[in-house]
Design a protein around this ligand. Structure first.
Ligand code: NAD
Length: 508
């Protein structure tokens, strides 16, 4: 069976791939398991060498890959470079440079006097086979943000790209094949939900899911049945708070981009804008001036926003706009919808009884709400089931920082939005319905390993005072040990220590 891929702007078929049968998934996972023991036994420098080659192949083929991303996803070519190719190359650089340092065994001295002679350390062990299920909206960056650290850490990977962007998935496979990864270290499976379900049910050792909260919840339930560790990167409803002292032009440019980049189909896109009443009218008027300058796809590669990729998403966008209008909101600009074309829309007179302020819209919709006090703005920003990211716009950085601390989200940017996705050092992830787990940064690498603790005892002849047998004498000794270790009275510690110390040198 074939999986066909379409360009959402031209509606033309641009390619197809062979679907994986659900029954093949476990077989592939088993091959990945066998490959993993060899891959993880390579020195990290050797794994990094192959990853460096993969990075170089991506760079050499950037134009071809950027074009396919644009065609399959719909996004402007500009964004294929700015939000996919460049951030992915920089993630390669980040992990190539830092992974060895982060994965170095960590020595930990035990300070407890009765164990001071023990030597102990922690190693970072790859989970084994990591399953990666990805969405279609950033078909290169999102999976690569997990594949690169998974491989460097010594895992093998079974990757299921979205059924909406299989061709970019194939490009990723080509990159790793050409880089010379040993067979079955990187594996791709193609298909819809049932292939994802088969992956969750297979014997993978850890799962990374990026996608909607609805599917994330189903996956979390299925994974918990078998205690499969999962990392969930889910939806968002990111607020932007614009203070009266903000640089108005900059706030408008930034928020417009944050709302409409990739036609609003971004997990961390700005979906709610709260503006201080003092600048509300000026903000809206500038926002309209700027939004008018943007172009949709019209046949060449230079446009600002695309059609909506998924037909079902157009229905959700429509539903959110209609629901808002029925509850008193007004369209300030735009809102024309034709097939999968959605003209960017600015909504005013919105409130939190409306879906557009509560549920993920995932489209080019900018609801703008006035606030009068900072406390009110923060309360509104936090009145959400989601907690992915947020932004605060002000010239007063100290005030911005204090507001950022009070916002319930996995990340808060001051005078910017979304760009942290492009920095390897930035921790990405959400709270509440936006998910668990973290990607990118040191934390993203640590999600690919478990900590394994070791220690050995240098006093090989010693009989431990806490071993059997318990009697009156040994109970007195353990009481003295408690005083020796924790009494706040120095004299008591000394006298108890004298009773306990001989025990530490007792032979068996
Ligand atoms: P989706 O949840 O519909 O699909 C995501 C992936 O899951 C696809 O590969 C799909 O085939 C697979 N899938 C669907 N049902 C499944 C099931 N029952 N079991 C296993 N796998 C299943 O999401 P989408 O429409 O592709 O992407 C958009 C969503 O992703 C938005 O909600 C967006 O906010 C979210 N997202 C989150 C992040 C983040 O980092 N937090 C990044 C990008 C997108």
């Amino acid at each position: 069976m074939k999986l066909e891929s379409f360009n959402p702007n031209t509606h033309q078929k641009i390619g197809e791939v062979e679907k994986t049968e659900p029954s093949q998934v476990e077989e592939i996972v088993q091959k990945a398991k066998q490959a993993q023991s060899v891959w993880s036994n390579l020195k990290i420098d050797e794994r990094i060498k192959i990853l460096k080659k993969a990075k170089s192949i991506l760079y050499q083929n950037r134009d071809d890959i950027a074009k396919i991303i644009s065609e399959e996803n719909g996004k402007p070519l500009f964004e294929s470079y700015s939000t996919e190719i460049i951030p992915t190359l920089s993630l390669f650089n980040y992990y190539i440079k830092n992974a060895k340092k982060f994965l170095k065994p960590h020595y930990e001295r035990i300070k407890l006097p009765v164990m001071i002679h023990k030597k102990s350390w922690i190693e970072y062990v790859p989970y084994g086979v990591v399953g990666i299920i990805s969405p279609w909206n950033y078909p290169l960056l999102l999976p690569m943000g997990q594949i690169i650290p998974a491989l460097i850490a010594g895992n093998t990977v079974v990757f299921k790209p979205s059924e909406w962007t299989p061709l970019v998935g194939e490009k990723i496979k080509q990159i790793f094949d050409e880089a010379g990864l040993p067979e079955y270290v990187f594996n791709i499976i193609h298909g819809e939900a049932e292939i994802g379900q088969a992956l969750v049910q297979s014997s993978i050792d850890k799962l990374f899911f990026t996608g909607s909260t609805k599917v994330g919840r189903l996956i979390s339930i299925a994974a918990s049945e078998k205690l499969l560790p999962v990392s969930l990167e889910l939806g968002g409803k990111d607020p932007a708070i614009v203070l009266a002292d903000a640089d108005l032009d900059r706030a408008v440019y930034g928020i417009l981009w944050g709302s409409l980049m990739n036609a609003g189909q971004t997990c961390v896109s700005i979906e709610r804008v709260y503006v201080d009443g003092k600048i509300y009218d000026a903000f809206l008027s500038k926002l309209v001036d700027e939004i008018r300058k943007l172009n949709n796809y019209s046949g060449n590669e230079y446009y600002d926003y695309s059609n909506i990729k998924l037909p079902k998403q157009v229905d959700i966008i429509k539903e959110h706009i209609d629901d808002a209008l029925s509850k008193g909101a007004k369209i300030f600009y735009g809102g024309k919808i034709e097939n999968n074309f959605v003209q960017p829309v600015i909504l005013v007179d919105v409130n939190h009884s409306m879906k557009v302020m509560k549920e993920e819209t995932f489209g080019p919709v900018i609801p703008v709400m006035k606030f009068n006090t900072l406390d009110e703005a923060i309360e509104l920003a936090n009145d959400s089931d989601y907690g992915l990211s947020a932004s605060v716009w002000t010239k007063n950085i100290e005030l911005g920082k204090s507001i950022a601390k009070r916002i319930l989200a996995g990340s808060v940017l001051i005078n910017d939005c979304i760009s942290h996705f492009g920095a390897g050092e930035a921790v990405i992830g959400g709270i509440k319905m936006s998910g668990t787990g973290r990607v990118h940064s040191r934390s993203g690498l640590m999600e690919m390993v478990y900590e394994k603790y070791y220690n050995y005892d240098t006093l090989t002849w010693q009989k431990k005072m806490w071993w059997f047998k318990y009697d009156k004498k040994s109970t007195e000794k353990i009481k003295s040990a408690t005083d020796f270790l924790f009494s706040e009275n120095l004299l008591k510690r000394l006298t108890s220590g004298l009773k306990v110390l001989p025990e530490l040198f007792k032979k068996h």
